[in-house]
Design a protein around this ligand. Structure first.
Ligand SMILES: [Zn+2]
Length: 60
């Protein structure tokens, strides 16, 4: 299975619990709590149909 990894900027408002946009509606990433945020960025996998957040420390 092919997928690519990208780094996305994390939504600063979301990190403060203030973003009023949905996960899809916001142009910045809304990572779930288990994902490590490094320098305001997260690593995500694009699996064609869905975007999956992955921790950089998980060796996927
Ligand atoms: Zn947001």
């Amino acid at each position: 299975k092919e997928f690519k990894e990208y780094k996305l900027d994390v939504c600063r408002e979301y990190m403060r619990g203030r973003c009023t946009r949905s996960d899809q509606g916001c142009k910045y990433a809304h990572p779930p709590p288990y994902v490590e945020v490094i320098d305001g960025k997260v690593i995500v996998c694009f699996d064609f149909t869905k975007v999956k957040f992955v921790s950089p420390f998980l060796n996927i």
